[in-house]
Design a binder for this molecule. Structure first.
Ligand SMILES: [Ca+2]
Length: 270
């Protein structure tokens, strides 16, 4: 708007955008890899920044493309002046999703946007058929997920929220996790990773006693037993057998409270 006052042209500044319209969205990563497995997970952090001098309630939206499944599609928060909110986002895709690049678009304010590219890659071809299996469990403690035990991640250091399982029945046994294979498969080896880190060693917190079982003639049959274990990783071998499912039947851990499994690997017979 322009006014002529006393012979001078006065131009009013444009109206400042409302604080909520000036919010800025970004991500900590431009791209993430994700294996095409039900239990594999990709993660990134959404950042929502309020650059103004005024606190606001703000929103950021996430829009996925194709087969991507997001842990949330809306981030809403109170944002003090100058504050940056960080929100963790997890992404999954169904087993067998075509390998390709799939975008996630982030938007906030009136014009701020960013994009994260999810690179869906084929499952590892290493003979571990647990990766494509459908897991189940006897119980779970809090946010622990049985999916953590066949997501391909064997790192105990971040097991508690992402990649391990803890049952919910303290000092009551047995507990179990099972894996329904995609099809009947000849297997001869199971590798079990129990909790084992510098802070939480297997000798104190790890699984000590369990049976490895296969589904045979309509019931579970034990093919290997582990007793008195203190190690973080244990390989059980057994005569090759074609089966549709595997179960780990847990009988005890080293401090007597819970069953904790970071990963179960089930291998094709050699
Ligand atoms: Ca895991």
């Amino acid at each position: 708007m322009a006014l002529v006052i006393g012979g001078f042209m006065i131009t009013a500044p444009p109206a400042a955008a409302a604080p909520v319209d000036r919010l800025q969205v970004s991500a900590d990563l431009e791209s993430v890899d994700l294996a095409a497995l039900d239990c594999a997970t990709a993660r990134f952090t959404l950042r929502l920044h309020n650059p103004t001098r005024q606190a606001v309630y703000g929103d950021a939206w996430l829009a996925e493309d194709g087969p991507l499944q997001l842990s949330r599609k809306l981030v809403s928060s109170y944002l003090p002046a100058g504050f940056t909110l960080e929100a963790p986002i997890t992404v999954t895709v169904p087993y067998g999703t075509d390998p390709a690049s799939y975008p996630i678009k982030l938007t906030a304010g009136s014009s701020s946007s960013a994009e994260v590219s999810v690179e869906v890659v084929p499952p590892p071809d290493n003979g571990n058929v647990a990766l494509s299996a459908t897991p189940a469990m006897s119980s779970r403690h809090g946010r622990f997920s049985v999916c953590g035990t066949n997501d391909g991640d064997t790192d105990s250091n971040h097991w508690a929220t992402f990649t391990g399982w803890n049952d919910a029945t303290s000092r009551a046994w047995p507990d179990w996790v099972s894996y329904q294979l995609v099809e009947p498969t000849e297997i001869d080896r199971v590798v079990l990773y129990t909790l084992d880190s510098a802070a939480e060693p297997a000798s104190r917190y790890g699984l000590s006693d369990w049976d490895v079982q296969v589904w045979r003639d309509g019931d579970w049959a034990t093919v290997a037993e582990v007793r008195g274990n203190k190690q973080g990783v244990v390989t059980s071998t057994f005569p090759a057998e074609t089966t549709s499912a595997v179960r780990i039947l847990c009988w005890g851990n080293n401090n007597g409270d819970y069953s904790r499994i970071i990963e179960t690997e089930i291998y094709l017979a050699r």
